[in-house]
Design a protein around this ligand. Structure first.
Ligand code: UD1
Length: 446
């Protein structure tokens, strides 16, 4: 296992897909099986990606624990290696040695596969005084510009040019300067890029209208564990007092609230009771509150264990995605699968990404009755879904199709598994462990 992970981390992934197998296999799910038992929640993907980028800030020994084994994590590993950083993985622990960073240039082939790898721009400028990172481009859910990252770096004194699709940042004098930055939108990535950049800047930086996501707070805690001076992370105002150098750390990342939320919906959609461990319940407040309104009940058998139990039927509710602590866009597709079989009509409004309702067509293929008007989906509950061949359009859409398949009558066959493999560690084993019937099989050529 150790050897396998060392190899996978050191080998850049193939150009356009998660793994060669993901494109040539499909997931078959036989629905209608009740679930029961306990699910172990992995480390948070989005925290892991930002924290791995943050490893570039470290001039000492950097150990990160509770890292999920995911295609996206391997891609971030490949980006770091391409910058000349040494990486070693063992189980869920990654050691990063960024004492010496070989180059400030991140290669397009790698950055284009993982949007989050653009976040290396902040730590690179902070450490080296320059960075050259290709624009990551749009993706299945939206255009995803990086203007807020760029404007923040400029406010800190970087000269930033975008030439031939590459963001080139250079700091005259080599060291960024503290600045007051107001983000027009509380972007998670921009907050993380700028917070990392500010840890090594000269003087104090204030980020106003900062993203409050738990992954931002986790990244701040990680930076603090290396000696950074950060306060207010997790609130709208983050203050960073730059220090000359960051040193050794050994840091465990938080549990994945989106993975946990996905399993909560798995329980709700199959009308089952499940225990999730470990979770930080406050990170799941918006999802829990909607699930209570839908008809589920929650108890805490242990401090980091959350039990979900069906209490009533599945009632319709309205949902609007918002920055944290609002309802997460990363849970929107999964809740749509659940509300597809609710008693009554729900509206789901997507405000964070402009193109994140592509799963509607696939859920409708399974018998759902969902109409889209602009960024609003009107979901009229149907008594049951029926298994069908469907195709995943993005990471969370793929999770929604798995959930729909767990509830549907008959067999659902999901293709496009490269999306699923980006963000869910051992999903199939975890689901089988609680009673689901599913199998990954070779795709039949047509
Ligand atoms: C992160 C998460 C992603 C989640 C999203 C919103 C990671 C690796 N990914 O993505 O799973 O869905 O937060 O919770 O942590 N925007 C701009 N200009 C910018 C930056 C963003 O206009 O410079 C816009 C985006 O296009 C989008 C919105 O802001 O419409 C939110 O994006 P952002 O919060 O930056 O998401 P990410 O950090 O990319």
């Amino acid at each position: 296992m150790l050897e396998e992970r060392l190899v996978t981390l050191s080998t850049p992934p193939p150009s356009s897909s998660a793994s060669p197998e993901a494109n040539s296999t499909v997931l078959e799910i036989w629905g209608g099986k009740p679930l029961s038992g306990q699910v172990r929640v992995s480390g948070a993907k989005n925290a892991a990606l930002a924290i791995m980028a943050g490893g570039l800030l470290c001039s000492g020994d950097c150990r990160i624990r509770n890292v999920p084994s995911l295609v996206d994590v391997r891609r971030m590993g490949a980006v770091l290696r391409s910058l000349g950083v040494k990486l070693q993985a063992s189980g869920d622990t990654i050691d990063i040695d960024a004492r010496h960073i070989g180059t400030e240039r991140a290669p397009y082939e790698l950055v284009s596969q993982l949007r989050a790898s653009f976040f290396v721009v902040g730590p690179l400028v902070a450490r080296l005084g320059e960075a050259s990172v290709p624009l990551p481009g749009g993706c299945a859910i939206g255009a995803r510009p990086v203007d807020l990252h760029v404007r923040g770096l400029q406010a800190m004194g970087a000269d930033v040019q975008i030439e031939h699709g590459v963001v080139r940042a250079r700091v005259p004098g080599g060291r960024l300067k503290g600045a007051n930055i107001y983000l027009d939108y509380p972007s998670v990535g921009a907050t993380e890029t700028l917070m990392m950049a500010a840890t090594l800047a000269d003087g104090e930086t204030t980020i106003e209208n900062a993203a409050q996501e738990p992954e931002v707070a986790d990244l701040a805690d990680f930076c603090r564990s290396m000696g950074a001076n950060i306060s207010g992370a997790g609130t709208k105002t983050i203050v960073i007092d730059g220090v000359p150098r960051l040193g050794d750390t050994d840091y465990a990342i938080i549990p994945d609230r989106i993975e946990a939320g996905t399993f909560l919906v798995a329980a709700a959609i199959t009308r089952s009771s499940l225990d999730l461990y470990p979770v930080i319940p406050s990170h799941l407040a918006a999802a829990i509150s909607k699930l209570e309104a839908i008809g589920m009940r929650f108890t805490h058998p242990g401090s980091r264990t959350l039990r979900i139990t069906p209490a009533n039927g599945i009632k319709a509710v309205d949902i609007e995605t918002l920055p944290y602590p609002g309802f997460p866009t990363d849970m929107q597709a999964q809740f749509m699968a659940l509300l597809a079989i609710a008693d009554g009509s729900s509206t789901i409004t997507e405000t964070v990404f402009e193109n994140r309702l592509r799963h509607v067509a696939e859920l409708n293929r399974m018998g759902a009755n969902i109409k889209v008007k602009g960024n609003v989906a009107i979901v009229r509950g149907v008594p049951f879904l029926s298994g069908a061949p469907v195709s995943a359009t993005d990471l969370r859409a793929s999770a929604a199709l798995v959930l729909a398949g767990l509830a549907a009558e008959g067999k659902t066959t999901i293709s496009g598994l490269q999306h699923l493999d980006r963000g869910y560690e051992n999903l199939e084993d975890k689901l089988r462990g609680i009673g689901a019937k599913l199998e990954r099989v070779p795709a039949v050529e047509v």
